[in-house]
Design a protein. Structure first.
Length: 130
């Protein structure tokens, strides 16, 4: 389980628009990693719900559907192999937003509820300048 944090110093969503995300490494600013779960038949029908300050802001299936993470993962595996850089055990692949992209503000509580697989919780804090 994981939650991807989208952010960019380029102001992709506000100043440049979503098409600029390629230049910002896909707008990925980090991952909140939860426990490792094994893929099995029960996961195929599973779902995830995103909540901000206890309010549902989106939900989606874990694996099903043509735009789901399983086709994205298969594409990533195939492309990496085609480019001569096959993926190896222990690498992490973020397959995209299961529940959509949800703006959050400093101080808000966020939750990704993976139902029977568990929940990931976090509170958004301001990042200290580097």
């Amino acid at each position: 389980m994981a939650v991807e944090f989208a952010a960019s110093p380029l102001g992709i969503l506000t100043a440049l628009g979503p098409l600029a995300s390629i230049s910002g490494f896909g707008n990925n600013n980090g991952l909140l990693l939860g426990p490792v779960i094994s893929l099995d038949a029960t996961m195929i029908s599973g779902s995830c719900e995103a909540l901000i300050d206890v309010q549902s802001v989106g939900a989606g299936p874990l694996w099903t559907g043509p735009d789901g993470p399983l086709p994205a993962f298969a594409f990533a595996l195939n492309e990496a192999a085609r480019l001569g850089r096959p993926m190896t055990k222990g690498q992490i692949v973020s397959t995209g937003a299961l529940t959509g992209v949800h703006p959050v503000q400093i101080g808000q509580a966020c939750e990704a509820d993976f139902k029977e697989f568990g929940r990931l919780l976090c509170t958004v804090q301001e990042q200290e300048p580097a």
